[in-house]
Design a protein around this ligand. Structure first.
Ligand code: KE4
Length: 427
């Protein structure tokens, strides 16, 4: 780790915390982050010449495995034609076709450059379409770092939000209501109280940013019904779940149709891409067609489109979701059994190929449940696994991902290493 240590020392002189995104700094688990120089299949290769079995998959995009030949070839070919035109280009049309064909709820789509942009823009569009100011989000869900989304439940959670970051004025947070996930009561109350002011409800239909928790049976259907009843829009943030949980993401898996959908990660094939889409009557309120402004110099970038198109077309050719689900179930049951054999409480929440390990015997359905787990054990697990060259997400409040490049042998090795790690932790 010598080279990573030296690089991190230099990085911290040049970049806040030595990173370009906070989670990479390992603050939740301690220690020095490794620096990656190459990625291929299910592995990262570090500057210290270590090969790590990777369960982060660059936070979701690497569902095919890293550096899939079809993605690399597509990007190389596109880049050779020029890396950006600033004009419409054919690959934007092809990407839009793939998204519209995959998501029946999406008649029109706008490309952008990150999940943050997608969610921020979808919310502005919802406010423009409804003429209403308020947004409902749920504790534990992350929709990027736009000011009005860095909000925690206010003391009067049913009245207004409070900033969850320095630099966000109270006024920017006031129109964001933060409620508990998977609980219908607070939502009924807030809609009864001020439904006519609520533009939209936004959520991760399967949460991946507080660890993984799934919608309780009926939760998504309830959200669809209550928003429709009050003429508010339902926004599914499928930046992580889009093309991850199935060919039509979570909305296809659970059979609930949102008004707007946010996408990212997989649709960029690892390059910077976000998107949001929905019914034409809503989307056509966007500039230049309508009065809601949204723009981006590199939106629809030809190299990024090429990467995303290659990744989506490969997924559609292979339809790998049953295989990914089977592999994830093998890991899930293996980890739970290994932890319990060592006398540790463990529950692995999983949905298709995203998962997270909680040290608890209780069920985890929302952020409060997750906060009650024995999360002090997680850093010990993380480093015990990293010593065995297996890289889990560096926080108990993140999701892990399995790719098509993970083999059964990889998963069995992971379970064996975890059995040793759990014994070490249990002491
Ligand atoms: P980006 O702006 O980071 O591309 O996307 C924001 C976002 C929006 N919605 C969901 C459901 C997301 O998961 C994300 C980003 N996810 C995190 C992983 N927990 C990105 C990792 C990071 O922040 O470095």
């Amino acid at each position: 780790m010598e080279r990573s240590k030296n690089l991190f020392q230099r990085a911290k002189e040049l970049m806040p915390g030595g990173v370009n995104s906070p989670v990479r700094a390992f603050r939740a688990v301690g220690g020095t982050p490794f620096f990656t120089v190459r990625a291929e299949g299910a592995r990262l290769f570090t500057v210290d010449e270590e090969a790590l079995l990777d369960y982060v998959g660059t936070w979701g995009p690497a569902i095919l495995g890293h550096a899939h030949p079809k993605v690399i070839e597509a990007v190389q070919a596109a880049a050779a034609q020029g890396t950006s035109f600033g004009t419409p280009c054919p690959s934007e049309v092809r990407m839009a076709e793939l998204v519209v064909e995959a998501f029946p709820s999406i008649e029109k789509v706008r490309m952008c450059n990150s999940g943050t942009e997608a969610c921020m823009s979808a919310i502005r569009l919802a406010r423009g379409f409804t003429g209403r100011p308020k947004i409902v989000k749920f504790a534990g869900c992350y929709h990027g770092h736009a000011d009005h989304l860095l909000v925690k439940a206010g003391s009067g959670a049913l009245t207004f939000g409070h900033p969850d970051s320095a630099g966000v004025p109270e006024e920017f947070a006031r129109h964001t209501l933060v409620l508990p996930y998977n609980e219908t009561g607070p939502l009924e109350e807030v809609f009864a109280r001020e439904g006519e002011h609520i533009a939209a409800v936004i959520l991760e239909p399967v949460t991946g940013n507080a660890g993984v928790f799934l919608p309780r049976p009926g939760w998504l259907q309830f959200l669809r019904e209550i928003t429709r009843r009050h003429d508010a829009l339902l926004i599914f943030d499928e930046v992580m779940t889009g093309f991850r949980l199935g060919p039509a993401g979570a909305q296809g898996r659970f059979g609930v149709t949102p008004d707007l959908t946010c996408l990212g990660k997989i649709i960029g094939g690892g390059l910077p891409v976000g998107a949001f889409g929905g019914r034409a009557e809503i989307m056509d309120r966007l500039a230049p067609e309508g009065p809601v402004y949204q723009a981006g110099t590199l939106s629809g970038n030809p190299a990024a489109m090429a990467a995303g198109i290659a990744e989506i077309e490969e997924l559609q050719a292979r339809n790998p979701y049953a295989k990914l689900e089977k592999a994830t179930e093998r890991l899930r049951t293996g980890l739970e059994q290994a932890a319990r054999a060592a006398g540790l409480p463990a529950r692995v929440n999983a949905c298709c190929s995203m998962f997270s390990l909680f040290f608890t015997e209780e069920e985890v359905w929302n952020l409060d449940d997750a906060m009650r787990t024995r999360r002090e054990l997680f850093p010990k697990f993380f480093h015990a696994m990293l010593r065995r060259r297996i890289y889990f997400a560096p926080s108990p409040f993140e999701a892990g991902f399995i790719s098509l490049a993970h083999t059964e042998a990889d998963i069995d090795r992971t379970v064996e290493a975890a059995a040793e790690a759990f014994k070490e932790i249990a002491g």
